[in-house]
Design a binder for this molecule. Structure first.
Ligand SMILES: NC(=O)c1ccc[n+]([C@@H]2O[C@H](COP(=O)([O-])OP(=O)(O)OC[C@H]3O[C@@H](n4cnc5c(N)ncnc54)[C@H](O)[C@@H]3O)[C@@H](O)[C@H]2O)c1
Ligand SMILES: O=C(O)[C@H](O)COP(=O)(O)O
Length: 388
């Protein structure tokens, strides 16, 4: 039986991807082959010896010590794009909530429960001027990060009649193809901030994006801009944001990652990390994460990894050898020689590399002996060896 340890509440549609005759799936498993999780932090976890892979049912992997996983030969997956629509829809809500007196107006209306119907109408009409807002049409939205979510948001904003300016120095070719031609390209973040009435963040939490919005960058914002952060807390310096709110540089900060100083301000709309909290997104992410684990555990195929090369080979024999090695010359030929010495015929094979890691799938006509496996494992450039 393969063992999968879950963290957080994983959608049932995802758990159903593990055939129960071959998988034991639970939140309390001591020696798992795989981990399936959402936002639980694994930074303090000492990985059990047999752990082969971790699937993050979601986009951000800042809760997983990816570098340590790579060093230990553990493949880390995420589920790119699987919750992008959910976040896009909440960004749409954030744009509207930051523009109109919806929240304050609803609170005002809620306080009228004990007022007579004769008085209520005139009172509402007299007070509604407090809740006047502005329209989105014709305003400019700056999108920082144009990946799965950012490109969806850009499309949505164009459809709502907004102008869109984007900044993404590392945009992938696929993401660039997805982007509508009307999205203007900012040369740098300052240019985007200076031209935007609204700014929305869709970058990963990595060292390069830590405090991306800080005292200096916030100073280049258009006066009275609205800022939306559905990415991660570390991307915005909260103390600097509070100063920008106090100074009126930022008229409203909508954040899915509030900190104590941001709570209970009328110019902050704080949410408890609910960007991906829809039934649809939770199911999409869990299904993708679980399927990637099953493919990897049973067939060694790697799809949507954040630390290993993607490598998928349709299985042609019952004997598959998978191994990862440092991406240096002669390792593959050494392994092939070891197999040849034992008269083991390779029916099909695939070799892919990513940075300093190479990953190999070899379908063999007959099963490799333990002695061959030991000899391959003895190659000091080889790590993560499996015969499946
Ligand atoms: N609030 C939520 O519940 C929620 C849900 C999903 C994702 N997220 C967050 O949103 C992030 C983005 O998600 P995604 O699915 O769009 O990921 P993605 O990988 O598809 O897109 C991220 C984009 O950011 C770009 N980027 C990286 N560094 C940049 C920089 N310094 N400046 C500008 N662009 C930069 C990348 O090139 C990429 O195009 C995730 O990493 C996660 O932290 C939050
Ligand atoms: O990075 C993500 O996908 C989101 O932050 C979603 O996190 P969650 O799975 O905890 O809702």
């Amino acid at each position: 039986m393969y063992k999968i340890r879950t963290y957080n509440t994983i959608a049932i549609e995802g758990l159903d991807q593990f055939p129960r005759d071959r998988y034991e799936v639970a939140s309390e498993i001591a020696e798992p082959d795989g981990i399936l999780l959402r936002s639980a932090s694994l930074h303090e976890l000492e990985f059990p010896k047999g752990l082969k892979a971790i699937a993050r049912a979601g986009a951000g992997v800042n809760n997983v010590p990816v570098q340590r996983c790579t060093e230990q030969g553990i493949v880390v997956f995420n589920s790119p794009g699987a919750n992008a629509n959910a976040v896009k829809e909440l960004v749409m809500a954030g744009l509207l909530l930051s523009s109109r007196g919806i929240y304050a107006g609803m609170n005002f209306a809620a306080g009228m429960a004990n007022i007579s119907s004769d008085e209520m109408g005139p009172m509402m009409e007299a007070q509604k001027k407090q809740f006047k807002g502005q329209e989105l049409m014709g305003k400019t939205l700056g999108v920082i990060g144009l990946g799965a979510i950012g490109s969806n948001v850009a499309n949505m904003a164009l459809n709502m009649g907004m102008n869109v300016i984007g900044f993404d120095p590392a945009i992938s070719v696929d993401a660039a193809w997805r982007l509508p031609s009307q999205v203007q390209k900012a040369e740098n973040i300052q240019q985007l901030l200076g031209r935007s009435d609204y700014v929305t963040l869709h970058v990963p939490a990595i060292p390069a994006t830590q405090n991306l919005l800080n005292k200096d960058t916030l100073a280049t914002l258009k006066q009275g801009a609205r800022v939306l952060n559905f990415a991660r807390g570390s991307i915005v310096n909260s103390a600097d944001m509070i100063e920008a709110l106090d100074a009126g540089t930022v008229a409203c900060y909508v954040t899915d990652f509030p900190e104590p100083g941001l709570i209970n301000r009328t110019d902050v709309l704080a949410m408890p990390h609910i960007g991906a909290s829809t039934s649809e997104a939770e199911a999409n992410c869990a299904i993708m994460g679980a399927q990637q684990l099953v493919e990897f555990i049973e067939h060694g195929n790697i799809r949507n990894s954040v630390n290993f090369p993607n490598c998928e080979l349709e299985r042609t024999t019952a004997h598959r050898l998978c191994f990862a090695n440092q991406n240096v010359p002669k390792v593959l030929s050494h392994v092939l020689n070891l197999l040849a010495e034992q008269n083991l015929n390779v029916v099909d094979m695939l070799n892919k590399s990513r940075d300093n890691i190479a990953y190999n799938i070899l379908d063999l006509e007959t099963a490799p002996s333990q002695a061959v496996l030991d000899a391959i494992a003895d190659d000091e450039q080889v790590f993560h060896l499996r015969s499946i």
